[in-house]
Design a protein around this ligand. Structure first.
Ligand code: PEP
Ligand code: MN
Length: 329
C-alpha cells in the first residue's frame, strides 16, 4: 500500500519534522511549497525555502519526499533539490497546455542530468472529465518517467466514474485516493478510504498536520498523524474481497448518482415550498391540473426520446408531484 502523507502546505521546518516522526513507516512525506490557491488572499505557500526543509528532512530521516509543481521553473527547482516524487495538482491538470510544458521541462531536466523523480503523480482535473485526466497521463508517460494517478474528485464529489474509466484504460499504473481533497472534511476520510480499499486502489495521498485546526490551508480536512496511523493500520490489515470488481465499481457509481438524484429532489421540494408560499400570498389554489398536464406531457416526450418506458416515468412523476402538493399545503 503506497502512502503519501503530510501537511497540505509546508509551514515550518519543525512542522515537517513532527510529521516525518509520526507518519507510518515507509510513507512518502508530502508538503505543498507553492500553493496554487483559488483565492489570492489565501496562504500561497512558503516558496523556495520549503524545498530546503524537505531536502534536509529527507536526509535526516532517510524518507522519500514529494511536492506539487505547477510551472517549469518549479520542476527545475524541485529536481535540483532532489525531491523524490512530484505531483501535478487538480487546477493545473485542468489545462493540458500547461501539463505539456511541465512534461517538456521534466524531459529536458532529466536529459541534462538532474535527478530523475521516482514517480510523477497526476491528479484528476477539477472539472469532471476523465479524457482530460487520461490525456495528461499520456503526455507525462512520453517523458519515460513512471506515472501514477491520484483520484481527488471534483467540488467534494467523488466522481467515481472517472477513476473507473482510468482503471479500465490504464490498468497498469498505480491509482491512489486523496480522501482529504475529495471530502474536504477529516471526519469523512475513513469511509472514503474504506470504499477505495474495496475497489482495489493501490494506496492513498492523505493530508495530516500536527495541529489541524491551526493549519494555514485546508484545516478542516487534515487529520492528526495518530488518526491516520490507526486508519492506515486498519486498511493494511483489511483483506481484499475477491468479489466481482466490475460490479463493485458500477455500484459505487450508482450510489453516487442516487445521492445526487435525492439531493436534486430535495432542491425540487424547496422550490415547491416557495411556490406554495407564493400561491398563498396571491390567493391561487395549490393544485393546478393544467400545469401538471404540461409537466407530464414534457416528461413523456423525454421518456420516448430516451427509449425508456413512458408509463414508468409518469408513475415516478406522479409520486414526485404528490409529495410536492403535500409540501405546498
Ligand atoms: C494538494 O494536494 O495540496 C492540492 C492542492 O491538491 P489538489 O490539486 O487536489 O487540490
Ligand atoms: Mn490541500
Amino acid at each position: 500500500m503506497i502512502q503519501i502523507v503530510g501537511p497540505c502546505a509546508a509551514e515550518t521546518e519543525e512542522q515537517l519534522r513532527l510529521c516525518a516522526q509520526t507518519i507510518p513507516h515507509g510513507s512518502i512525506l508530502r508538503a505543498g511549497i507553492w500553493k496554487p490557491r483559488t483565492s489570492p488572499d489565501s496562504f500561497q505557500g512558503v516558496g523556495d525555502e520549503g524545498l530546503q526543509w524537505l531536502a534536509r528532512i529527507r536526509q535526516e530521516f532517510g524518507i522519500a519526499v514529494a511536492t506539487e509543481v505547477s510551472t517549469p521553473e518549479q520542476v527545475e527547482k524541485a529536481l535540483q533539490s532532489g525531491i523524490n516524487h512530484l505531483w501535478i495538482g487538480a487546477r493545473t491538470c485542468a489545462n493540458p497546455i500547461q501539463v505539456q510544458t511541465l512534461a517538456d521541462a521534466l524531459a529536458a531536466a532529466v536529459q541534462r542530468g538532474l535527478p530523475r523523480p521516482e514517480t510523477i503523480w497526476v491528479k484528476n482535473p477539477v472539472n469532471d472529465d476523465a479524457t482530460l485526466w487520461l490525456g495528461n497521463i499520456h503526455r507525462l508517460q512520453r517523458t519515460g518517467i513512471p506515472v501514477g494517478a491520484i483520484h481527488r474528485g471534483c467540488n467534494h464529489h467523488p466522481c467515481w466514474h472517472m477513476a473507473h474509466t482510468l482503471r479500465t484504460q490504464c490498468p497498469d499504473i498505480p491509482l491512489l485516493l486523496d480522501p482529504s481533497h475529495m471530502t474536504g472534511d477529516s471526519e469523512l476520510v475513513p469511509d472514503c478510504c474504506l470504499a477505495a480499499h474495496a475497489l482495489g486502489y493501490d494506496g492513498y495521498m492523505v493530508e495530516v498536520h500536527p495541529h489541524p485546526s491551526q493549519a494555514l490551508s485546508d484545516s478542516r480536512q487534515q487529520l492528526p498523524p495518530d488518526a491516520w496511523k490507526s486508519l492506515s493500520a486498519q486498511l493494511q490489515h483489511l483483506p481484499h474481497a475477491d468479489g466481482d470488481r466490475e460490479l463493485q465499481w458500477l455500484r459505487q457509481e450508482m450510489d453516487e448518482v442516487d445521492d445526487a438524484l435525492w439531493d436534486t429532489l430535495l432542491r425540487r421540494m424547496d422550490i415547491s415550498r416557495r411556490i406554495g408560499n407564493h400561491k398563498r400570498q396571491t390567493g391561487l389554489e395549490v393544485l393546478q391540473p393544467q400545469r401538471f398536464s404540461q409537466i407530464l406531457e414534457r416528461r413523456t416526450e423525454w421518456a420516448e426520446k430516451h427509449n425508456i418506458s413512458p408509463k414508468s416515468v409518469q408513475e415516478i412523476m406522479e409520486a414526485i408531484h404528490r409529495e410536492s402538493v403535500r409540501v405546498q399545503k
